[in-house]
Write a protein that binds this ligand. Sequence first.
Ligand code: 5GP
Ligand code: MN
Length: 323
Amino acid sequence: MKKTIERFIRRARRVIVISHVAPDGDAIGSLLGLGRALRWLGKEYTLACADPVPKGFAYLPGSETIVQPPPSGWPKGKYDLVISLDCGDLKRLGTAYDESLAGLPIINIDHHVTNTHFGTVNWVDTEAASTAEMVLELVESLGIPLDADMALCLLHGIVTDTRGFRTPNTGPRTMRAALKLMEAGAKLAEITDRVFNRRPLSAICLWAKALNGVQLDGRIIWSQITRAMRRECAFSENGDAGLVSFLATADEADVAIVFAEKSDGRIEVGMRAVPGIDVSAVALDLGGGGHPQAAGCTLDGSLDEVREKVLAAVKGAMKGRIH
Ligand code: 5GP
Ligand code: MN
């Protein structure tokens, strides 16, 4: 698989690398890591994402080079290869994948179990804890030397997707990748400090409001974030500011869910589950995706409608729980 991907990359001249809407640390880290590899190979390339880089990731070298698609779309005929990173389905590339790219080969590099294999070449490794560690393996197999900046971006991807090496899919392979990246100059302490020890006051304000409304329904803990809360806290980004992972720490719950109203009125649903319950299947049924223990989807409808629908689906999945 890697060899086929290598061939496509070596032959390509102008590459567009795209990651998913509402990018997380793995999306941005993988994008920047692969970008530096393409630069080393002397390729012309664009790093793209439908949504802007979250402010907390702006410290990553090259983050300012990630562009959003122009309103009129990408120039026709500019690219000859599309690489999709950390993205389970084509729809999740959002407006960054437009009709000007249709017909081009797509290299799909991802680690979600819900991946739809939408690429021309699909390297979907569900054993990988992050797409960033897959990018590292590709970079190594291309014979590209690691520099400290590339290592920092890739380690940032690993650290964010494993929530600091704490997810059940963190194994020796992840640790080996992290070791190599640290040996290449990536500073683990800097990453963990930025990712886990810092947040804007507006996020704390948002947590305060959302925590006030936390509910426990059987063994499901849930809360919601409204547009009004975002406004009152001057929290300008979408997303849940990491709240769902915090709710998942409740002893009394096996599943945690945050329903977050986005600026466009759609509802982003973030879910976490203990091993034995698979929320990726629920998310996939609802048009989203993810991993067994961390998944999500974005739905139309009011907060109340979406909540009822998702809670019913999660309760259904919990009935089939393997003890
Ligand atoms: P988070 O709750 O951290 O935003 O997302 C957890 C996991 O679910 C991630 O792997 C992410 O890719 C996936 N995910 C979250 N929201 C969506 C969504 O709307 N669509 C899809 N396909 N996956 C999602
Ligand atoms: Mn990922």
